[in-house]
Design a protein around this ligand. Structure first.
Ligand code: ADP
Ligand code: MG
Length: 291
């Protein structure tokens, strides 16, 4: 593109808080045919809240005391939501020892002499925990779009804590705008398949890549590229940074982590998903002016 076209495009973007870090970001935006969007914190607000606590053979406040002791040691957004729910429910504060984070799966620690595991089905399977009576409730909660976290105490499934994270107000409009201009929209998430699928349906997204481990997001982007797609990746988290770097264009949500913002080619200062199609349109406009 000509220097003038680039200046105009950059200026148009800046007015809306769409920051193009360099001229090649502007030019590459014009050629994107696939937009991969992280779920948590990108399509959703990234502020999960506990909606249900299901218990089996334990009092729910006791369960919350054990879980929150583990989660107090974790930085995960789900962990913070569980701790705050436990506090409002009046659960006593217990001390956890030997805390261990299991990326993409959950966390574990010893609380009051009991070994507490908190996380997804994969974590339970790895540790040989059977869901038993709780399996059906877990599946229902996941199918309703909630993130269902299983809690095991001394190797026995004792409860499920379900969390919901509301979609951003403009997520479905952003998806519709992109699909309307012939762009394929893909949801990429570490969350489980049923939860992701339900939220994707609500937003009009038909392609879902779920249960992706934090270190594998970039590889999934690379696979799409290998199949001939020109990919923009939109994300907010530390987990997303390698995928943002790998994509033809990395787009960071302004409210996201510093690492995502530093890695991205474009930053959406208003954290509005609708600014994704806006950025791509500005790119196209810039390219047109160059012809
Ligand atoms: P996302 O891409 O949705 O942020 P992560 O890779 O961080 O996902 O985590 C994937 C899944 O692992 C979560 O949906 C959750 O089920 C489980 N998980 C990870 N960390 C925790 C934790 N501290 N407490 C409970 N569950 C967790
Ligand atoms: Mg995220």
């Amino acid at each position: 593109a000509t220097p003038t076209a680039i200046m105009v495009g950059t200026g148009l973007g800046a007015k809306r808080g769409v920051l193009f870090k360099n001229a090649s970001a502007l030019e590459a935006s014009a050629r994107i045919d696939t937009v991969v969007m992280d779920k948590t914190g990108t399509l959703t607000k990234g502020e999960p809240a506990v909606t249900d606590v299901i218990v089996d053979g334990i009092d729910d406040v006791d369960l919350l005391a054990l879980v929150s002791a583990v989660e107090r040691e974790s930085e995960h957004p789900l962990a913070r939501a569980i701790v705050s729910h436990a506090t409002s429910a009046g659960a006593p504060v217990l001390t956890a020892t030997g805390f261990r984070n299991v990326p993409g799966r959950g966390a574990t620690a010893t609380v009051d002499g009991r070994r507490v595991l908190v996380g997804n089905r994969r974590l339970m399977a790895d540790e040989g925990v059977e869901l038993g009576n709780l399996a059906a409730r877990r599946d229902e909660l996941a199918a309703s779009g909630r993130t269902a976290v299983v809690v095991a105490v001394d190797g026995r499934a004792a409860g499920v804590v379900a969390l919901a994270d509301a979609a951003r107000d403009t997520s479905s409009a952003a998806v519709a705008a992109m699909r309307g201009s012939g762009i394929q929209v893909v949801m990429l998430t570490g969350d489980n398949e049923a939860t992701a699928r339900r939220i994707a349906d609500q937003l009009g997204i038909d392609t879902v890549i779920a249960e992706v481990l934090p270190g594998d997001k970039a590889a999934r982007v690379a696979e799409l590229q290998a199949s001939g797609r020109r990919v923009a990746m939109v994300g907010d988290g530390v987990n997303d940074a390698p995928a943002l770097a790998r994509a033809d264009i990395g787009i960071a949500i302004g409210a996201g982590t510093d690492v995502a913002i530093e890695t991205a080619d474009i930053v959406l200062m208003r954290s509005d998903p609708l600014d994704v199609p806006v950025a791509l349109r500005i790119g196209k406009g810039t390219l047109r002016k160059m012809r």
